[in-house]
Write a protein that binds this ligand. Structure first.
Ligand SMILES: [Zn+2]
Length: 87
């Protein structure tokens, strides 16, 4: 059974604004404002999720929607939101 947290929080970067990345485990194909991952495209398993995250942070963790980036944004704090199955 998946929790709401798992569906609301980007499993790549931990970003959430309340939109669902998954609904009843099905990807909604929204694009994360922060890391730019489109839920379900590509479909990522755990190791691919970690790879994507490593790539994104390695590129400087640029925001996909620059305007959505909070002034006091803290990457490490946000990464702590990642659902535990996806860390
Ligand atoms: Zn993200």
């Amino acid at each position: 059974m998946r929790s709401v947290e798992d569906e609301e929080v980007c499993r790549v970067c931990g970003y959430t604004d309340g939109d669902l990345f998954f609904e009843n485990t099905w990807p909604t194909h929204i694009i994360c404002n922060c890391c730019g991952w489109e839920s379900g495209t590509p479909a990522l398993d755990l190791s691919a999720t970690r790879e994507y995250r490593g790539y994104w942070t390695g590129q400087g963790a640029e925001w996909f929607s620059r305007g959505a980036r909070p002034k006091d944004w803290d990457l490490l704090e946000q990464l702590r939101n990642i659902p535990k199955d996806w860390r």
